[in-house]
Design a protein around this ligand. Structure first.
Ligand SMILES: Cc1cc2nc3c(=O)[nH]c(=O)nc-3n(C[C@H](O)[C@H](O)[C@H](O)COP(=O)(O)O)c2cc1C
Length: 144
């Protein structure tokens, strides 16, 4: 059915190596997310550290697919691995075109540990872990 909701969780390797460019690129990603996701009825959350990105996308199946296909082609990241793609009953990030979990010391530490453990090996990771981490920070997420 068309109105069924899905949730996709992925991680990828952050290819933005230039620290000076990072903020600019992140704002560009959030601008595009705001522009496109609202129209596509896609909501979600994004977090990153210098090593990787983790993102949750929620919405109708075809819209998530379109959005994700575009995202996968983005050279700002690589090694995109899908951790989960499940049907869900309700959105968690319904108020956000793309909630952005910015960086503070605690998050950096948490996410760094994450990264270390995974070594970008999706097998070590599962979608729920990423999802829970993003959910934990939902309250603090910045509205875009
Ligand atoms: C980690 C990451 C997450 C992204 N998330 C989204 C997203 O949720 N929605 C979106 O439209 N673009 C997202 N982008 C940007 C897309 O790759 C692409 O640049 C953008 O959709 C192009 O939009 P435009 O054609 O409107 O300029 C993301 C890019 C990266 C690197």
């Amino acid at each position: 059915m068309d109105n069924m909701l899905y949730r996709l969780v992925y991680m990828s390797r952050n290819n933005i190596t230039d620290d000076d460019k990072l903020q600019e690129e992140i704002s560009d990603i959030l601008d595009a997310s705001q522009r496109n996701n609202r129209q596509a009825e896609v909501t979600g959350a994004l977090m990153f550290n210098t090593g990787c990105f983790a993102q949750v996308l929620e919405g109708p199946h075809d819209k998530i697919q379109d959005t994700f296909e575009r995202i996968q082609c983005d050279p700002r990241h690589s090694h995109v691995s899908v951790l989960a793609f499940d049907r869900i009953d309700a959105r968690l990030f319904s108020d956000w075109d793309m909630a952005f979990v910015g960086q503070n010391a605690q998050r950096i530490e948490q996410f760094a540990r994450f990264n270390e453990k995974s070594g970008f090996d999706a097998a070590v990771f599962d979608g729920d872990t990423v999802y829970q981490l993003l959910r934990m920070h939902l309250e603090e997420a910045e509205r875009v």
